[in-house]
Write a protein that binds this ligand. Sequence first.
Ligand code: GTP
Ligand code: MG
Length: 323
Amino acid sequence: MNQDSNDTLPTPSAGAAIPGRRCGLIAIVGKPNVGKSTLLNALVGQKISITSRKAQTTRHRITGMRTVAQPDGTGTQYVFVDTPGFQTRHANALNRSLNKTVLGAVADVDLILFVVEAGSFTPADAKVLQLLGKQIPTLLIANKLDNVHRRADVAPWLAQMHKEHEFAEYVPMSAKNSGDIQRLLGICEKYLPEQDWWYDEDELTDRSEKFLASETVREKLFRLTGDELPYTSTVVIDKFEEEPPQRKGQKRLVKIAATIVVERDGHKAMVIGDKGERIKRIGTETRQELEKLMDAKVFIELWVKVRSGWADDEARVKSFGYE
Ligand SMILES: Nc1nc2c(ncn2[C@@H]2O[C@H](COP(=O)(O)OP(=O)(O)OP(=O)(O)O)[C@@H](O)[C@H]2O)c(=O)[nH]1
Ligand SMILES: [Mg+2]
């Protein structure tokens, strides 16, 4: 069962050049936890990709669009692709699948944003960089600049990066700074070809509401369980039903049932929490966020199931919707 049939990139329609219109694909790539999804959300202007302070949050390719249109109909459509953090450590089935997603996403893009943490370039960063072909223009995004306590340290580090690696441009910035995001949009624009837009102006993502629902549960799970819950948990949507509004002025109703799949009985107890308190909170926070995102009234029911070893099991990883 694939949770979303949308794990593919848009197929550019023969790319007719439209004067004054630009459109293209920009992949966001890097090791886990450097801020790729935070960057995607800021560039799109709306949260569509989940984030957390733990590594391995993103597990799918997630496309987010931003269209900057001029009154005369010209302008630029940026199609950003968020990817899982590239895994260099454990080679289980889940990680192999995540890496496959990354490699698939960088193949046919116009521009790559290679994200690292400002002031740091580790062997894990080098490994990800190695995967990227030299043919596609690549920007070094030195993110989390706001975290660098001594700004004076950044200049020599950047100089070193200039010397050792050939990027199209070097961009020290913070995904949490709106001025930096505007500047980055300006930089990206010139790498996009002149052609018509692929999506409607107001489209933000090609992902379904069902997919966003499962991701939101996963984000709350990660955020509310502290460091004790390993990353080998996942979420499966068992039911996603919509009912139209009963009366005018009311919102539609979305009924969701989801199962959180964990590896061990101990993990199940952690997710449920004392007297069911934690799972209740996961449900409440998910519902509040989805009601805003979907502009609907949401009912959500959560279950927890133990499936030991699922992340090592190729077939099971596939059955949970991974590539
Ligand atoms: N201070 C600061 N924190 C940031 C910035 N960008 C992201 N973060 C934080 O870094 C953590 C990881 O962010 P994510 O966007 O989930 O990182 P990611 O690269 O998508 O992670 P994976 O999907 O696991 O590979 C979160 O706690 C973010 O709030 C930034 O510019 N400054
Ligand atoms: Mg991410």
